[in-house]
Design a protein around this ligand. Structure first.
Ligand SMILES: C[S@@+](CC[C@H](N)C(=O)[O-])C[C@H]1O[C@@H](n2cnc3c(N)ncnc32)[C@H](O)[C@@H]1O
Length: 199
């Protein structure tokens, strides 16, 4: 039986405490994490941003494919998750904090551009202000980066991501329980502000 980082009930406990902010009772499966990391490549250095990294399911998948000169910045709000993430994924630079505050942390990291954004955030259920801040940062430092967003509700949020990106491809991951998938968005739309999701 594979070990569950943080024990079998940590995710469930956090879900019961924080509901829509955690939005899942377990970390992502290997198959789903692998699809989120479809565009991580060992062939060239990349600067990669991961949003809502949790206990590191996606981070670990990304880490296993990184070019030696790539950087992987993993942002997670929950300090218990972030501690597990840092231990599990030594190649990641873990930022424990709110994605809405990320812009302020970038100068210290010496980063002004990302090549790829991986997101495990429950974007549809987050406050609108958080999503606006996230996409303002993306517009500034990752407008041309591919945005790979996981979901446990295949196709359901297609229109939502189509409001943010000019091109959106959806890849279904059946080998995951429950089945999920990944939206890969390209080219942030000029009018994305008119389509910011959230409560
Ligand atoms: C659905 S879980 C995904 C976790 C992980 N990426 C995975 O695939 O297993 C969503 C994660 O987003 C984090 N999160 C939610 N809101 C956040 C915020 N404002 N800033 C940073 N992380 C946030 C939650 O704490 C949680 O770990």
């Amino acid at each position: 039986m594979p070990q569950v980082p943080g024990g079998p009930f940590l995710f469930l406990r956090k879900f019961l405490q924080h509901g829509t902010r955690v939005a899942s009772v377990r970390e992502s499966s290997r198959a789903l994490a692998g699809e989120v990391c479809r565009f991580v490549t060992p062939d060239q250095p990349q600067v990669i941003l991961e949003l809502g990294a949790g206990t590191g399911a996606v981070t670990a998948a990304a880490q296993s494919k990184l070019h030696p000169d790539s950087r992987l910045i993993a942002v997670e709000l929950d300090s218990d998750f972030a501690a597990i993430l840092a231990q599990r994924c030594p190649r990641a630079e873990v930022v424990c904090g709110d994605v809405a505050e990320l812009d302020k942390r970038l100068p210290d990291l010496g980063i002004d551009r990302f090549d790829l954004v991986l997101s495990g955030l429950p974007t549809p259920s987050l406050p609108k202000a958080v999503n606006r801040a996230v996409f303002e940062t993306i517009e500034r430092v990752a407008a041309d980066a591919c945005f790979s967003q996981l979901t446990l509700m295949p196709w359901y949020f297609w229109k939502l991501y189509r409001g943010l990106y000019e091109q959106v491809d959806f890849n279904l991951v059946l080998a995951s329980l429950p089945p999920g998938g990944v939206y890969h968005g390209r080219r942030l739309r000029a009018d994305w502000r008119d389509h910011v999701p959230g409560k």
